[in-house]
Design a protein around this ligand. Structure first.
Ligand code: NAD
Length: 361
């Protein structure tokens, strides 16, 4: 089970390698490499004679304030302009590695080894870094793709069901956002938390090849790529208002359900288009298999939910900018005027996905 394809970016092509045990063979001279890894894997790499910076994969680790610590750690380990960073971890480690690799001595080479399904199906390509500032999630960042991405399928073995579902929410979003037949293929695969390695491999391949279309046509997020923000304006609010108890990918899954409900309440369709119904059923089933979801939802601070929704960087001065399905079931960028009626509509959409447990404050 292996695969290889290239992605074209404005800074050159980069390769995506998929297979088993693709990581160990890439570890080379400590004089030339420094590993930045998720603390979860620190003991695996420390003691191998390689230089390791290990970071806890929590949202507070990717704050602007913490970036200087990582940069100083690189300097203390002797990183110079010939150093290659090997980043090993999920989206948190990727965001940090992308950012520091892009600015350390005006740019170091780096390779990425995603260890979460979310990293494998989505974030590993596209070159984005997203760093939190104060209470604002992903407020700053840049584009700095790695030289190579190595997807080692063995990392899936240690993921929990919730971590797999988080990745699947991002994968189905990508396939749904494309107007071709990626979503039909995805539905035929029907991946879930108990799928076989073969199904995960097919899901990773389908999701990345579909995302490649978006990032090659609109690398810097001006038009088509914005559709991949589907579920994120609602999802980031849910994630943040739960104080990050609800993992990113699962919040995006809930965010897509909220966006569908928002479209319905806003009269985008009289009858829900078939592909939207299929998406809604698939996500609802995935999320309902999470044992702790009701406990997580109880952690949501209702006042923060609307505050965080209002503060999303994608809105414009007079309107909320959201990605919603249209009457044909395809995604469009939609602007909702900032007024009390629309704030009520958005809150009602949040209520539905939060099992109607929210109380307005
Ligand atoms: N830059 C981008 O393009 C992009 C895209 C999507 C999401 N993101 C960001 O990524 C973050 C979410 O990333 P994520 O969901 O990949 O996970 P993560 O990096 O937040 O890690 C989640 C948990 O999984 C653990 N973990 C990682 N690999 C594991 C493995 N193989 N086995 C067992 N446990 C493992 C981590 O230690 C951590 O506890 C968010 O901050 C989000 O904003 C970035």
């Amino acid at each position: 089970m292996s695969d290889y394809f290239k992605v074209i970016s404005s800074t050159g092509e980069y390769g995506v390698h998929i297979g088993h045990d693709v990581l160990n063979s890439r570890i080379g001279s400590p004089a030339q490499q420094i590993i930045i890894c998720d603390k979860f894997f620190a003991s695996t790499y420390q003691g191998l004679g390689v230089k390791v910076i290990s970071i806890e994969a929590v949202e507070t680790s990717k704050s602007l304030e913490r970036m200087s610590e990582v940069i100083v750690a690189l300097r203390n380990l002797g990183a110079n302009r010939n150093t290659t960073i090997l980043a090993i971890g999920g989206g948190v480690i990727q965001d940090i590695a992308t950012f520091v690799a892009s600015i350390y001595m005006r740019g170091l080479k780096w390779d990425y080894f995603p260890t979460t399904l979310l990293g494998m199906v989505d974030s590993c390509i596209g070159g984005k870094s997203s760093i939190n500032v104060g209470k604002y999630k992903n407020l700053i960042g840049n584009f700095y793709p790695p030289g190579n991405i190595y997807i080692d399928l063995k990392f899936i073995n240690t993921l929990s069901a919730e971590q797999k579902i988080a990745g699947l929410c991002e994968a189905v979003k990508i396939c749904f956002a494309h107007t071709g037949n990626a979503f039909e293929h995805y539905v035929a695969l029907n991946p879930n938390a108990a799928s076989s390695p073969e199904i995960y491999l097919e899901t990773i391949r389908l999701s990345l090849l579909t995302k490649r279309w978006f990032i090659e046509i609109d690398e810097h997020d001006h038009k088509e790529r914005q559709l991949l923000n589907f579920g994120h304006t609602f999802g980031h609010a849910i994630e943040g208002a739960s104080n990050f108890v609800i993992p990113h990918g699962i919040a995006v899954g809930m965010g897509m359900l909220a966006a569908i409900e928002c479209a319905r309440l806003n009269g985008q369709f009289l009858t829900m288009p078939t592909r939207v119904t299929m998406l809604e059923s698939y996500i609802t089933e995935l999320l309902s298999s999470i044992t702790d979801i009701s406990l997580w939802i109880k952690q949501i601070a209702v006042d923060e939910l609307m505050d965080r929704f209002n503060a999303d960087k994608k809105h414009i001065a007079t309107h909320y900018a959201v990605i919603l399905p249209d009457a044909e079931g395809h995604l469009i960028r939609f602007e909702l005027e900032k007024n009390d009626a629309n704030r009520g509509l958005i809150f009602t959409a949040f209520c539905k996905v939060c099992q109607n447990t929210l109380v307005a404050v």
